[in-house]
Design a protein around this ligand. Sequence first.
Ligand code: DX5
Ligand code: ZN
Length: 215
Amino acid sequence: MTKLVAASLLSADFGELKAAVEMLNNSKNDWVHVDVMDGVFVPNISFGQPVIKYIKKYAAQPLDVHLMIVDPDRYFEDFCKCGADIITVHYEACRHLHRSLSAIKDLGLKAGVVLNPHTNVSLIKDVLYLCDVVCLMSVNPGFGGQKFIENTYNKIKELKQLIKEQNLSTLIEIDGGVNTKNSSLLYEAGADVLVAGSAVFSSDNPANTIEELKK
Ligand code: DX5
Ligand code: ZN
């Protein structure tokens, strides 16, 4: 069973971003989850390339860049240059998903698709072989600190089955409402990577919480 944690900097204190990244470097965290929002695909705006470049300067772990933006292909090269290691795009934001995933992989990066809570996993069956990771949103994207949607457990099982049928090693990532109470159930259900924002950064001991999430 793979048990990775991708702490989401969206919930970090942006005035102390360097300290947040250094804390992650010294913890059991695996990926640094970076949420890019454009105020169009999602009703919120976060940060973009200049901030990611700065995060990359200090981060010891791979940057997992979650693009919540329309027409994301316009920016793949940019995000690659500023330090993304993994780029995930929304199924709902890509008109030509096969092309988008191929373009990310052509840059030498790991590629993934993110599915909103309403999107059925069967819809990505034909591009699954291009996905290093599939991220299931367990909240509606746009904000940290929301309540976990329970139907995610069913989606994990369905996705696991598709991955198995095609004999792939695609990782299953879960994003939204993850905490120390549901983490073990999520790993047991078949999740490989858990994104955690508020659970980590609102904790008194974030490094400890990261360890707790893996127990
Ligand atoms: C939400 C983002 C998440 C967010 C998760 O749209 O994609 O990555 O940071 O935050 P929590 O863990 O607080 O639900
Ligand atoms: Zn995210």
